[in-house]
Design a protein around this ligand. Sequence first.
Ligand SMILES: [Zn+2]
Length: 144
Amino acid sequence: MSTTATRYDLPEADAFSRPYWDAAADGRLLIRRCRADGCGAAHHYPREFCPRCWSEDVVWEAASGRATLYTWSVVHRNDLPPFGGRVPYTAAVVDLAEGPRMMTEIVDCPEAELRIGMELLVHFRDVGGDGPAVPVFRPAAGAS
Ligand SMILES: [Zn+2]
């Protein structure tokens, strides 16, 4: 599988982010939570320090997987593999129930049915092989 062409949709796991991708493989979305006094902020994507107060006392926390749609853009053209074979797709920014805002993709929802604030649930796309499971979101009403 290492001879495949370069792909631009697969994140690189390093020692820091490995727990995140291991959880994703199990179908769980992790966020980071600051434990500093007076802060307690949750954030995403994962960073080694709190983006609000710069504390390094930050731990992993399982997110509920619930989110609401903040904004989106339907992408009709992307020349980077493998996106070219996947257009159109819906790139989106969602607000996780825990607070952090996350860049992702909406699946299983026609463009005409997208609404700001609509309820979403996380879903993990299996990219096959040894690739990581990538979190995407779909309408909560249609989720099982
Ligand atoms: Zn903090």
